[in-house]
Ligand binder design. Structure first.
Ligand code: UDX
Ligand code: UDX
Length: 461
């Protein structure tokens, strides 16, 4: 391969999702000399990116777009033109868990990544660096390289792995101040040059000591490993929360006590109704599949337990609720505060709220949902997908309407604004006893009890 330009001028990102959109917006903001184009096959999504109603809700994203969109940041459905013009092409399309055939329910479905690779091979000319941004199984770069080798007239393409570690709800902050940037490349002269070229983009705002350069496979695996470790911490604390409930220990106190050990650290120890989001479950299952594939059943079983514990935690929450409401919620209104998988985002993928609401509907409860960041239609369509019993479901625009006449109020997302609701008013609107289930241990339980609520949390009495 001839020398790639050290200073790239044009970047294209395929996939204008929760990852591709914000990441490219920040690259455009920090590198005004680079022209960044984000392309997507979804016309509606691109139209939304070009409007004032962005498809992704992230604090600070609108300010970044204000200074970049139409200047050096463009959103387009013209995938081919974006690819042809670019020096660096990021692949940031979705890699959902496979739902069919070999590996169904565990393996990552790479069909979109492969389609992107084939398209790039078909139409691109000249030097290109292809960057895997999507989280993918280890050795996916091999597949991309092979498609390039066998379809391109010249061997001018380098493939890099550059996983994204941003968390939703804090995406812009995470992109501005990343803990690290990880770039994996081939251990050849041209591979190292490509890594340096991509590193030069990030060096516009990230100190170079935070940029980690590894081989391709370490980089691919590190992303799965990071998510598996994070998910494992939540399953560990949630496993202990069940033990707390039967021993009178308080999980928040236990978390504080163990988190003070600097080797453990205080973050990611918040017991909850369960983790959600598009990544944790998908990536842990992907890791499980890889271990099975490579003949490591014990390692696979170890990581699979993280998912089993999360499923147990979600189900346990609803079971406790039904039991507390005198063993039936049939015909009773249950108010759900929070539907997003975490606060600060409108994302509802794999949110624990889907499982909880669906179980309550199954028990013939009348479920009324309010979320300050998620549109009513989105809540209703998510639940209609998993539960046809939708006559018993309503999404509200106002928390007080959601709670009026309910037998129980349930917090499922840790939106800070839930701390400031008028609980005296909510209490007066409810049936008595007024049951309250705080799935995030968000509220002041003593204050709630003084109002008259029968409140329960996670891993504490
Ligand atoms: C995705 C992956 O799911 C995740 O594993 C990875 O780490 C980053 O990319 P996200 O951005 O949250 O995460 O996905 P999503 O919001 O679904 O966006 C993907 C976009 O790719 C969609 O807008 C989809 O229309 C687009 N796409 C998909 C294409 O443009 N072309 C395709 O062939 C397939
Ligand atoms: C995660 C990783 O943090 C990020 O690095 C990766 O790039 C994508 O996956 P994300 O899913 O956006 O990010 O959010 P995260 O903050 O990790 O939360 C995931 C889930 O775990 C949420 O449902 C959250 O509520 C839950 N959680 C998190 C807990 O229940 N307790 C905690 O202590 C932390």
């Amino acid at each position: 391969m001839s020398n790639p330009q050290i200073k790239p001028q044009r970047i294209c990102c395929i996939g204008a999702g929760y990852v591709g959109g914000p990441t490219m917006a920040v690259i455009a903001q920090k590198c005004p000399d680079i022209r960044v184009t984000v392309v997507d096959i979804d016309e509606q999504r691109i139209a939304a990116w070009n409007s004032d109603e962005l498809p992704v809700y992230e604090r600070g994203l609108d300010a970044v777009l204000e200074t970049t969109r139409g200047k050096n940041l463009f959103f387009s459905t013209d995938v081919d033109a974006g690819i042809v013009a670019a020096d660096i092409i990021f692949i940031s399309v979705n890699t959902p868990t496979k739902t069919y055939g070999e590996g169904a329910g565990k393996a990552a479905d790479l069909k979109f990544v492969e389609l992107c690779a084939r398209k790039i091979a078909l139409i691109s000319t000249g030097n290109k660096i292809i960057v895997e941004k999507s989280t993918i199984p280890v050795r996916t770069a091999e597949m991309i390289k092979r498609i390039m080798r066998e379809n391109c007239s010249e061997n001018v393409v380098q493939v890099l792995s550059n996983p994204e570690f941003l968390a939703e709800g804090s995406a812009i902050q995470d992109l501005h101040y990343p803990d690290r940037i990880l770039i994996g490349g081939e251990e050849t002269e041209s591979g190292r040059q490509a890594v340096d070229t991509l590193a030069s983009v990030y060096e516009s705002w990230v100190p170079s000591e935070k940029i980690i350069k590894t081989n391709l496979w370490s980089s691919e695996l590190s992303k799965l490993a990071a998510n598996a470790f994070l998910a494992q911490r939540i399953s560990s604390i949630n496993a202990l929360s069940a033990l707390c409930e039967v021993t009178q220990a308080n999980i928040d106190e236990v978390a504080q006590a163990i988190g003070r050990d600097r080797r453990i650290g205080p973050k990611f120890l918040k017991a909850s109704v369960g983790f959600g989001g598009s990544c944790f479950q998908k990536d842990v299952l992907n890791l499980v599949y890889l271990c099975e594939h490579f003949g490591l059943p014990e390692v696979a079983a170890y990581w699979e337990q993280v998912i089993k514990m999360n499923d147990y935690q979600k189900r346990r929450f609803t079971k406790n609720l039904v039991k507390t409401l005198f063993n039936t919620v049939s015909g009773k209104k249950i108010a759900i505060l929070g539907f997003a998988f975490k606060s600060g985002t409108n994302d509802t993928r794999e949110t624990p709220a889907i499982q909880v609401c669906s179980d309550l509907l199954e028990e013939q409860g009348l479920v009324s949902v309010y979320d300050p960041g998620v549109k009513r239609e989105q809540i209703e369509s998510e639940l209609n997908l998993v539960n046809a019993n939708s006559n018993n479901l309503v999404a509200e625009d106002d928390p007080y309407s959601a709670c009026a006449g309910s037998h129980a109020v349930v917090i499922l997302t840790e939106w800070q604004e839930f701390k400031n609701l008028d609980y005296q008013r909510i209490f007066s609107l409810m049936e008595k006893p007024a049951f309250f289930f705080d799935g995030r241990n968000l509220l002041d339980f003593d204050a709630m009890r003084r109002i008259g609520f029968q409140i329960r949390g996670i891993g504490r009495v």
